[in-house]
Design a protein around this ligand. Sequence first.
Ligand code: DC
Length: 221
Amino acid sequence: METDVITIDGPTSSGKNSVGFLLAQKLGYQYIDSGSIYRAGCIFILRNNISPEDLEKVVEVFKNLKIEVKQNGMPRFLANGEDVTDHLHDPEVTALVPQVAAIGGVREATKVIQYQLVNSNKTVMTGRDIGTEIFPAAKHKFFLTASVEVRAQRRFKQLVEKDSTVTYEKVLEAMKERDRKDETREVSPLRVPEGAEVIDNSNLTVEQTVEEMLKQIQLSS
Ligand code: DC
């Protein structure tokens, strides 16, 4: 199964989603963003007023989480039968998700969901631990990154459209903090998977990044 999964890991705002989606389209693969699974669980934690400190209840939410991904165009995420796509990036969800994703039991439950979603389909999967923990034997692994300043600029552009009081400096600080949390957490810290091709896309467009990946895939096929 693992030979048909292409893994793309990398830090926040490294362009994984746009790149992963376009690469999947070019190859005729399904596209799954694993971060959306953690985010979907957080929507239910918030809705049910579950404290993130209540580990048992938090893990229970993920054990009961039924995810479906509809692949017509940009994938739509269904959680327990409900289309939650438009709420995955709500600020409360974004604030909660790093804490929840650091819980071992949550990661065990999402691992099961990730295997079910792949279910031997050809898949491009993006995340933080896909090439290290979830599909370590995948034939094609990528680690996508960009300088923290470039990533903060990308995020700032998205945020300022919704909230004109946002400043670049604040976004940059928050991004450095997010990176620190993702890289230093005890469970599945973000790191370059063994055998992964590292692509710094600070100066590349989405299309150029995908071209680079397609070249690498051809070379190693
Ligand atoms: O990529 P993203 O911002 O949607 O990820 C949301 C959070 O989930 C982020 O804190 C990292 C975490 N995550 C993870 O720990 N493992 C993954 N495979 C994907 C995301």
